[in-house]
Design a binder for this molecule. Structure first.
Ligand code: FE2
Length: 272
């Protein structure tokens, strides 16, 4: 019962997008070797309706059978397959990696160890594993005129969790999600995007989304046109700099470590 109450309060916490302002004492080690200034704080963007709360998924994916974990946190950071399935997720494989940093009031940046990151995204054809995602599952592609079916992918993990290491590093592996219509009459389609929720001790929770660009991203020109018109990415409350900050360039890994997918580098910068 206690767990249930904790889950419910967490749900409220998540739905409202509000985090308690905890103390940051102890999280800011002084004299750290890592310090940089002037980086932009990651802008907040809407949670959206498809966060995987308990009971929401059409097909519950739970790799971790510790039921004290909410379902949103019960999967690992590789969304391209589900443990126990032989098949792989459809779509273009990508990695997103970087650090979780805290920007203090004096501009210093500190890596956050032990931050919990939940990432969720639609399948390669643009369908969420969520009971609420039932509108317009078939639509005409606005550029090619071909019919697009938004379908579930039984081998896609849909959401996962990463916990940052001692230097604040995280990584996820996923597929580029499909675009999907929001208001066809107005020509509004959501560009492919990844949703994130980041929880670090003593720091307000951050909810945001990242977008794609890159010559090797499939249909990059078309995605560029969707990015240009998306009413969430182009929200007037975000500065131009903030809007460009959340469009991540994906390319072959310069370090040569990740060879089976493009890599996008993004540091989440949290603040009070
Ligand atoms: Fe979304």
């Amino acid at each position: 019962m206690k767990q249930k109450i904790e889950n419910l309060s967490r749900r409220n916490f998540i739905k409202t997008g509000m985090g308690a302002l905890g103390t940051i004492a102890g999280t800011l080690a002084t004299g750290s070797a890592f310090s940089q200034v002037l980086s932009l704080k990651t802008p907040r963007q809407t949670l959206g309706p498809f966060f995987p709360d308990e009971g929401d998924p059409v097909h519950e994916v739970r790799e971790n059978l510790d039921f004290r974990l909410p379902v949103s946190e019960a999967n690992d950071n590789d969304l391209t397959f589900i443990k126990g399935h032989s098949g792989k997720a459809r779509g273009q494989t990508v990695y997103v990696k970087g650090k979780v940093l805290f920007k203090s009031s004096n501009g210093a940046m500190e890596p956050q160890r032990g931050a919990v990151i939940i990432m969720w995204n639609a399948s390669a054809s643009g369908r969420y594993n969520h009971r609420g995602d039932i509108d317009t599952t078939r639509f005409k592609h606005p550029r090619t005129g071909e019919w697009v079916e938004r379908t579930h992918d039984e081998n896609f993990q849909y959401w996962g969790r990463a916990i940052t290491d001692i230097e604040g590093n995280y990584w996820f592996k996923t597929v580029v999600p499909g675009f999907y219509p929001v208001d066809i009459e107005k020509g509004w389609y959501r560009p492919p995007h990844l949703h994130f929720m980041i929880m670090a001790p003593g720091i307000p929770q951050l909810v945001t989304q990242l977008y794609f660009k890159g010559e090797q991203i499939e249909n990059n020109d078309f995605l560029k046109s969707l990015n240009a018109k998306d009413l969430i990415l182009r929200d007037q409350r975000l500065s131009t700099e903030e809007q460009e900050n959340v469009i991540v360039e994906f390319q072959s890994d310069p370090a040569g470590k990740f060879t089976d997918g493009l890599v996008g580098q993004y540091d989440f910068v949290l603040g009070l």
